[in-house]
Design a protein around this ligand. Structure first.
Ligand code: S3P
Length: 165
């Protein structure tokens, strides 16, 4: 079966949604950021301290690691859409789902300390959203708006990805 790959801005709910999707569909869940930290034995803030390019190069390596996976739910970091080669690897045998969460809701509960790009404040999130939203749309097979309960959104994803599986 095809992988289900979740894309979307930081704080859109990809990690939590992936966990529940994995339980409901009984599929392996891979969180790209966690996989990256385990592979390189460093946290994401530590990688950014070296440089954003260092982090992005590692992120690309990890996308390529995962290109032959099957049946998985893959949750990605918000910037993964920045390099076409990442998306080429992740789109191999996958349905790409864009988790679009209204920014006001993201602002209410986003964890800023583990996200180096937000160290200068939440305005950065608005700017990134503006810049990335069209890119998320261009890559996704399915867009879901995450403005209700986790259960609702997971059920929506299950329903909408059935036709793509
Ligand atoms: C990033 C998002 C983060 C993480 C890194 C860079 C981004 O993942 O990959 O801090 O560029 O938007 P989440 O989207 O899971 O927060």
């Amino acid at each position: 079966m095809k992988n289900i790959v979740l894309i979307g801005i930081m704080g859109s709910g990809k990690t939590s949604i992936a966990k529940i999707l994995g339980e409901k569909l009984n599929r392996e869940v891979i969180d790209l950021d966690e996989y990256l930290e385990a592979k390189f034995q460093m946290t994401i803030p530590e990688m950014f301290e070296i440089s954003e390019k260092y982090f992005r190069d590692n992120e690309t390596l990890v996308c390529k690691d995962l290109q032959d996976k099957q049946d998985c739910i893959i949750s990605t970091g918000g910037g993964v859409i920045g390099r076409p080669e990442n998306m080429a690897a992740l789109s191999n045998n996958a349905t790409i789902v864009y988790i679009n969460r209204p920014l006001e809701l993201i602002m209410e509960d986003i964890e800023v300390s583990s996200r180096p790009l937000l160290k200068d404040g939440a305005d950065k999130l608005k700017q990134l959203f503006k810049q990335r939203h069209p890119i998320y749309l261009s890559y996704c097979d399915v867009e879901v708006i995450n403005d209700s309960s986790l259960d609702d959104i997971v059920n929506k994803i299950i329903k909408e990805t059935k036709t793509h599986s």
